[in-house]
Design a protein around this ligand. Structure first.
Ligand SMILES: C[S@@+](CC[C@H](N)C(=O)[O-])C[C@H]1O[C@@H](n2cnc3c(N)ncnc32)[C@H](O)[C@@H]1O
Length: 335
């Protein structure tokens, strides 16, 4: 093995260290706390405010300075580095703090990957310092961080492909409403309904409060594994959902979708799809590992598997309408 390969392998393995540093800083909301201070704080000042250990914060802050995420003055005070506040202030409209917190939760599962490969199920969950409820909320808000950048261009592509001709849609597991809001914006006469778990519906209510969209979007708390779906819809959006469970649950989801849809209605399944020969692409392969590390039965599907499952549920003309290597590929089918 050449030295260069040795270096590449050791660097690959050490990549977790900066990720953990950034994850811990976001879990503790360090950047926001620094930004809210009247003057840049020292480590002991910040540790006192956030009730942290001084030695612990000193190590973390030193690493954050080395990573160019904080700056340190000659008086040993810390400030958020240029260009970071927009993303790392948890109160900024464009914040990615929930996304980083969610990824830190994923990382705890990934760190026990060999356990999951051996046993077939994730290692027992370790919560963040904020607890499981806060982790769940971070997950829902992380979906918005991701979706808010993808939804506009993707829904525009769907419109151009003639897929936005619905009057009332169901957003199954629609989280805090990122895609629903985009459907309402790009199809101004449509109405919709989100079915999701209570924690997600709470976040959707906050996002919708005081908006015009609130009148056009119904929010329903429910469990899509247990409950029948809201009916009288002509479009069902199943976005980043099926990868959390196995073939049998996907087949049942498609059968319930078929029952919920009006005749002539359409289902659209947004996800990241692995090639049929399961050689890649890399993003899909790693996403499959993510599902192994985080879920008991989840997996990454190929387009062919989804098409077959839709047809078995009674749909016709199932096809890849929007191709993509990432989580913006869309398979559609007609009732
Ligand atoms: C990966 S997120 C996708 C969110 C959204 N569809 C999107 O594309 O951004 C999965 C969503 O499914 C919801 N979910 C998971 N299990 C559910 C269940 N049993 N019943 C209803 N919703 C569920 C979660 O709360 C979450 O909002």
């Amino acid at each position: 093995m050449s030295d260069a390969k040795r270096q590449e392998l050791t660097s690959l393995m050490l990549a977790f260290q900066p990720a953990c540093v950034l994850g811990a800083a976001c879990e503790l909301d360090l950047f926001t706390a620094i930004l809210r201070r009247a003057a840049p704080p020292t480590v002991p000042e910040l540790a006192a405010e956030l009730k942290l250990d001084v030695r612990g914060l000193d190590a973390l802050a030193t690493a954050l300075v080395s990573l160019d995420l904080l700056t340190k003055s000659d008086a040993a005070t810390f400030a958020v580095a240029d260009g970071c506040a927009r993303w790392l202030d948890s109160q900024s409209p464009e914040t990615i703090v929930p996304l980083i917190r969610h990824q830190a939760s994923c990382l705890r599962g990934w760190s026990q990957l060999a356990y999951a490969v051996k046993s077939g199920v994730p290692a027992p969950t370790i919560s963040s310092v904020s607890g499981p409820l806060a982790d769940n909320r971070s997950f829902i808000l992380a979906m918005h961080s991701i979706g808010s950048r993808l939804a506009g261009p993707l829904v525009a592509k769907m419109k151009a492909a003639g897929l936005l001709d619905f009057t009332r849609f169901l957003d199954l597991g629609g989280a805090s409403g990122t895609y629903s809001l985009e459907f309402l914006a790009q199809n101004p006469t449509a109405q919709g309904v989100i079915l999701d778990l209570p924690i997600a519906i709470q976040e959707a209510k906050k996002r919708l409060a005081g908006t015009d969209a609130a009148r056009r979007l119904e929010l329903v708390e429910g469990d899509f594994y247990v409950d029948e779906y809201p009916t009288d819809v002509d479009f069902v959006w199943i976005s980043a959902i099926i990868h959390q469970h196995d073939d049998a649950a996907t087949a049942e989801m498609f059968r319930k979708t078929w029952r919920a849809l009006r005749p002539g209605g359409r289902v659209a399944v947004r996800d990241i799809y692995v090639d049929s020969d399961r050689r890649g692409p890399l993003g899909a392969a790693l996403f499959g590992v993510n599902m192994l590390a985080q879920t008991a039965t989840g997996k990454v599907y190929s387009v062919a598997e989804v098409v077959k499952s839709l047809e078995e549920a009674g749909f016709r003309d199932a096809r890849l309408a929007i191709p993509a290597d990432d989580m913006t590929a869309v398979v559609v089918a007609e009732k």
